[in-house]
Write a protein that binds this ligand. Structure first.
Ligand code: NZQ
Ligand code: ZN
Length: 389
């Protein structure tokens, strides 16, 4: 087992009819009466939730900032930064999915940052956020786990860039996870959530065998549960019990626990972010495209763990090599069964140059040795993307 350290400071409140808990949670973390609610493109307005929230927050002076896009845009977030500085707001409440919560994490750091915060996202040496405006969140889509972790992914479409940030400053103070939000999610977003949670698990599982036996079983439990409930949630998103199972799985897949004591990969995500940046493909769709092709490319590295996954999660039998191969096929077929296409050209036919563009970006950033063995090269990344066209 590898050494590890974990802090999970976010208070998680799970279940329906918990809105009245929000004022008490905010009051725990600030004496400010001035707060800002940050939200996305309108789903919380259309559902009537924003009105309910404003009523629940009547003890506060509530400012609103809507319009944070899916794949939150740097320029939009900078407008929120200006607004918060101008109005001297001391607490933020994110209401949305990974995009709004990630955007709020970025805003949290950028408000007190004197220079151009883009340099922090570029990870220029010594450029880091050192202060954070405190924030909580209300999750409206189970997918990213952002509600209880400290990572964020920010897009800048005019540069065709998507960059990551994070650190201990950026854990939400609290997260309300209410599965009733799932009822209004379109099928595309439900499928995205299932695949994102699935891939967060495989990124931390399809590496080495035997490093942390309990963590492996836990990962297998999340994967098996997603396979069991995914189709049921898609079929009937208003089924509260099934929605709750999905929301919990997605939370557990990326709250930091699965990585304890094990070696992780994350290359599928790194390549996937480039497909979103270049082609606007949804985050989870990029994972469905890249994951299976990456497992094929690194088959020798991952064979043993793929075979364990095939046996324990898919119930496959036979020799190790054929189980490992079938496990990849089963995974891709599962994604497709949720209605998600697994080839780039199914989203954008204009993708012939994509493999070399991504390879060159990886070289420029010195991402030349990735994956659990630090042996995934830019040439292999290029080939994975070619194979995914
Ligand atoms: O903007 P609105 O109108 O609210 O619509 C959203 C958005 O269009 C809609 N939606 C959300 N809740 C809804 C709803 N529609 C109806 N009913 C509801 N209850 O769903 C659309 C997608 O929302 P978004 O927040 O973009 O989805 P998701 O949670 O999948 O987040 C994706 C973003 O998170 C990043 C991704 O890269 C991407 O930018 N990630 C963040 C991670 C993290 N912080 O740990 C890890 C992930 O790997 C991922 O990279
Ligand atoms: Zn993800």
């Amino acid at each position: 087992m590898n050494n590890f350290e974990i802090t999970t400071p976010t208070t998680l409140i799970f279940g329906k009819d918990q809105l009245e808990r929000i004022p008490e949670q905010i009051a725990k973390h600030t004496e400010e009466k001035k707060i800002i609610v940050l939200y996305g493109g309108g789903s919380v307005e259309r559902s009537g939730f924003l009105d309910k929230l404003k009523t629940a927050l009547s003890a506060f002076e509530v400012h609103l900032f809507g319009g944070i896009e899916a794949n939150p845009e740097f320029s939009t977030l900078m407008k929120a930064v200006e607004y918060i500085r101008e109005h001297q707001i001391g607490f933020m409440l994110a209401v949305g999915g990974g995009s709004v919560i990630d955007g709020t994490k970025f805003i949290s750091g950028a408000v007190g940052y004197e220079n151009d915060p883009w340099e922090v996202l570029l990870r220029e040496p010594g450029k880091v956020f050192t202060t954070a405006v405190p924030f909580g969140c209300i999750l409206t889509i189970p997918a990213t786990g952002s509600e209880c972790n400290s990572g964020a992914v920010i897009s800048r479409s005019e540069l065709k860039e998507k960059r990551t940030m994070g650190g201990p400053l950026f854990f939400p103070k609290f997260a309300l996870l209410d599965p009733t939000f799932v009822a209004t999610l379109p099928k595309r977003q439900l499928a995205n959530g299932i695949i994102d949670a699935f891939t967060h698990t495989t990124e931390q599982y399809l590496t080495f065998t035997g490093e942390n036996l309990l963590q492996e079983r836990f990962a297998e439990g999340i994967l098996s549960t997603l396979i069991e409930i995914g189709p049921k949630v898609l079929e009937n998103p208003a089924d509260y019990e099934m929605a709750a199972q999905l929301m919990y799985c997605a939370n557990q897949a990326l709250n930091g626990m699965l990585r304890c004591g094990v070696t992780t990969d994350w290359a599928t995500h790194m390549i996937g972010h480039e497909l979103t940046a270049l082609h606007g493909i949804d985050h989870a769709q990029t994972l469905a495209i890249i994951g299976p092709r990456l497992y094929e490319m690194k088959f020798d590295n991952k064979k043993e763990k793929l075979a364990q996954y095939g046996k324990r999660v898919w119930g496959l039998t036979g020799d190790e090599t054929s189980i490992a191969k079938s496990a990849i096929e089963k995974t891709e077929a599962f994604f497709q069964s949720l209605g998600v296409a697994t080839r780039i050209s199914q989203y954008d036919e204009n993708c012939q140059n994509t493999p070399s563009i991504i390879k060159n970006r990886f070289i420029e950033r010195n991402w030349v040795a990735m994956g659990e063995r630090q042996d995934l090269t830019p040439d292999e990344v290029e080939q994975i993307v070619k194979n995914a066209i």
